[in-house]
Structures are given as C-alpha cells and as structure tokens.
Ligand binder design. Sequence first.
Ligand SMILES: Cc1cc2nc3c(=O)[nH]c(=O)nc-3n(C[C@H](O)[C@H](O)[C@H](O)COP(=O)(O)OP(=O)(O)OC[C@H]3O[C@@H](n4cnc5c(N)ncnc54)[C@H](O)[C@@H]3O)c2cc1C
Length: 532
Amino acid sequence: MAESAHTKVLILGGGFGGVYTAMALEKLFKKDNSLEIGLISNENYLVFQPMLPEVISGSIGILDVITPIRRLCPRTNLYTREVESIDLKNRVVTTSSGFRPLPYQLTYDHLVIALGNITNFSGQPGLLEHALPFKYLGDGLVIRNHIIHALEEADIEKEAEVRRALLTFVVAGGGFSGVEAVAELNDFVRAGSRSFRNINAQEIRVVLLHAGPLILPELPETLARFAQNLLQRRGVEIRLNTLLEGATAEYALLKGGEKIFTKTLISTVPSAPNPLVAALLCKKERGRIVVNEFLEVPDYPGVWALGDCAAVPDYKTGQPSPPTAQHAIREARCLAHNILANIQGTTKKRFVFDALGKMGALGHHSAVAEVFGFKLSGFLAWLMWRFIYLMKLPGLDRKIRVATDWFLDLILPPDIVQLKAERAPGIGRAHFEAGEIIFREGDKGDRLYIVVDGQVEVVKGETVLGQLGPGECFGEMALVSDSPRNATVKSRSSVNVLTVDREAFHALFTHLPPLRKLFEQIMEERLKAPMQ
Ligand SMILES: Cc1cc2nc3c(=O)[nH]c(=O)nc-3n(C[C@H](O)[C@H](O)[C@H](O)COP(=O)(O)OP(=O)(O)OC[C@H]3O[C@@H](n4cnc5c(N)ncnc54)[C@H](O)[C@@H]3O)c2cc1C
C-alpha cells in the first residue's frame, strides 16, 4: 500500500473481529489522523454472544449483552447499514440505502472482511418456516417470547395433544450454543411454569438432539459426560446420534421418520458462509476466505479477513483457527498491527494463539471448563465462567449492569413478561401531505406503492406523465427490472399509501402467477403510454 496523507481502512462487520480491529487500530494510531477508519455493520452494537443464552431465561437483560460500537471505537466512522456488495477489483463497497433510497458507496485502501457466518436452514425442509435460529440478539428475544407464548397457550389449552406439543421444547445441536441454550431454556420453563395456574412442571418435556455419540464434542470426554449427566438429571431428554431432518408447524422430523410433536423447535446448526463472502472470487476453504499467516487475502493487496468468515492458519500448527470469539479478538490485534506495519514498511506479525480454554454454562449455578489444561465442573466452574466473562465483557457500564442482573436473578423469580414487538413484515403504511416527493428519478427501487386515498402525479423532468388515485399502484417497474426509478412521484393532495417492500414483492411476483400477470399487464400498458 502506498503511503498517503489519508489512508482509508474500511472494516466490514461489527462483531468481535471487526470491532476489535477498529479498537486496536485506534490504539495503535492514537492521535495520528493520517488513518481514517470506517466500519460498516448492520447493527450499531457489538453482541457479547457468550452471554446470549442467558437472554432466553432473562437472567441478563436484553440490552446488557450489547455494547454500542460508537463507545468502543469513538474515532471510527460507523456506517450502520447493510453491506450489499464488495467489488475487490475496483476497491468499492456498496451499502443499502438509508431513509432516502440512494445507493451508497465507500472506497478503501485497506479492506478488512469480518462478516462472520450465517444460520442456514436450506436443505432441511420446513426449518426456515418453523425453526427458531439462535445466533443474533434478536433470536434470543424471539425465542424467549415464543417460549412464554407457548406457556400462555398451554395454560388455557383443553385438548391433550395440543397441550403436550405446547409443553414440548426441542433444541437441535449439542455443541456449546445448543447445550447452553437448552440448559437456560430448561431452567426457565420449569421455574416460570410455577406462575401458571394450570401447568404442572411434570408435563414439561425438554429435548436436546445431537448428531454425535456425546454432547459438547469440543470438550474432553469426562467434562462432556459430566455435562450430559447433569442435564439429564435436571430433566433434559438427550437424544444422541439423532439428526433433525425437517419440521412442520406440528412437529420436528427426525432422520428415520420419527416425529416429535412440538410448537418450539430451536436449531443452532448448521451455519453457512455469509452470502457476501460466498460471492467473492477469492480462494476459500469450506466457505471461509483463505488468508496467509499475516491475515492477508492472497492476490488482493490491501484486503484482509478474520474471524468466523476466514480460514486463519495458526503459524505454529498450520491448522485453521476455530470460529470462536477469543480467536477473533486475537486475530484482530494481529491484523491491526500488520496494517500499521504495511503502512510504515515495518515487519508484520504471524498469527499464533494458544486458546486459553473452553467453558460452557449449564444453568442452575453449574458449568464445565477446561482452562490451561485444568478441568473443572460444577459450582466452581460456574463461578469462574461468570468471573471470566464479566471481565471480558466490553464497557464498565455493561459489567455493572450484568453483575446487577446476576445478583437480582439469584433472589427474584424469573420474569415471564411476553413482549409483542413484531410488525407485519413486508407491508407498511405511509402518509404524505400535498406537494411531497414520494421518490425521485434515479432513486433505488426499494418498494411498491398502492394508493389508499388521495392523488399522486408521475413526473419525468418537467413533464407530468400522469396521475394515479385510490386502488392504483406505482413503483413496480424499478422493482421488476432491478434498475433505478425512471420518474419522480409526488403527492398532489394529502395521500395515504400502502407499501410493499422489495422482498415481499418479489416473493409474491415469483410465486403467484395471477399477480405476476397483472403486473406484467400494468407494465405493458405503462410502457405504451410511459409512466413510472
Ligand atoms: C450463541 C453463541 C454463543 C457463543 N459462545 C461463545 C463462547 O462462549 N466463547 C467463544 O469464544 N465464542 C463463542 N461463540 C462464537 C463467537 O461468537 C464467534 O466466533 C464470534 O462472534 C466471531 O466473530 P466475527 O466477528 O467473525 O463474526 P460475528 O460476531 O458473527 O460478526 C459478524 C458481523 O458482521 C455483521 N454483518 C454480517 N453481514 C452483514 C452485512 N451484509 N452488512 C452489514 N453487516 C453485516 C453482523 O451483524 C455482525 O456484526 C458463540 C456464538 C454463538 C452464536
């Protein structure tokens, strides 16, 4: 990289990899303003995922496991946007639009890719529709609300079979996140059920499905066995060597044809590469970007990658580092050092890191841990788990909040408030006063509009192409052709409209032939007598 007055580092992803890279760069460059750091993330906070399972039970408040990125890296320009595409050849990243539907592009001298991976249910019929993923903060909240909803319904359900399904909770995945989730869920439903007049805790069934012969394959056998026995003693039914094959609204379908009737299915597997990473032409290993020991992407000077989305070789072992937060944090420090070395022409560091250990919480004041080769289980491991993660949680205010949550959780009953925060996806409403611009020529086609009442006019340059009123729609052309708006639409009077977003429109357009026919007809007529 050539030295310049301003070197632009652009980081993609606001997880451990991205945020800790920004923090390390800020520290290394201190008051040196020659480095401009930008970070794009679809959320403006960092999620402390190791504590996410406790959001399910409510023993930690939802906002206490997240830290605003702006506080962690105050010198970094944060773009809270969705990355839409990465053009490595022209060194340009395109993000989603904000309130105004305009495409937004950022250039860079150094690009740091830290986009993590995603939950992918494709190949398992019905999971997308009926299983709850567990990876992001929102997932924790959705699962929590869903569980409380199931308890509410079971309390008033008269039909025995439906009641049994409502009180059956299934978690698929016996790795760390699945085991921690099932432990929290089990504690929560059993303790929470005491507040429901018609639920007997004996009726509750919590099932963990695991593909292998023993849960927690990441841990030594003795610890994994300890965890397995403990969960079983607490009433978790563990189904080993069992694969989840699909789901419907009524049941989880296991390989071999067995059905478990349930209204709550949580799946922590499988994960897949982020589609943006999958679309890159650079070399990959099992979907992860191949980088060298300095975390550089070969053949793309100035491009770096780390965290779950990268196959980072450990210099000592040559093996790719496991996808964990502790590795992402160490990789971030090494990567920031190497960007500095690249700019200053000094020596780069090879990535090497001996993991400190592995820990998993099992609920009810117990955990399992292997730290510096020592194995611990039970209460002592739980105390250590809490202490270490509290120390690692970024931000003093968050540490205080979580410590308070934990203390209150010891003395108060579980909170069973169900928050109903969902909005109908895809369809919205908007109101415009006379003379307002609804969208401009050149804007991105992000939604379809249907006039409920009032009048709008379609304008191209100075020419008014036409007027539309109640029951008529506009904005479909740009959605169908995936091109910018070819005209401006203004409100002539006070107008109320329904809006259908791009995803919902495409789903209906693709799968409902009569609707597709209708839109094709509308577009044909408009092309003959041009309108938007
Ligand atoms: C429930 C759970 C528990 C875990 N527990 C532990 C643990 O105890 N110890 C441990 O070491 N590890 C744990 N992990 C693993 C650890 O969280 C990950 O290894 C770590 O988060 C990886 O960091 P990352 O930055 O590579 O990816 P991520 O943390 O996934 O970050 C990716 C970032 O990119 C953003 N992003 C993705 N796509 C886009 C886009 N198109 N536009 C804009 N932004 C985008 C995401 O919003 C996110 O901010 C756990 C994971 C989970 C899910």
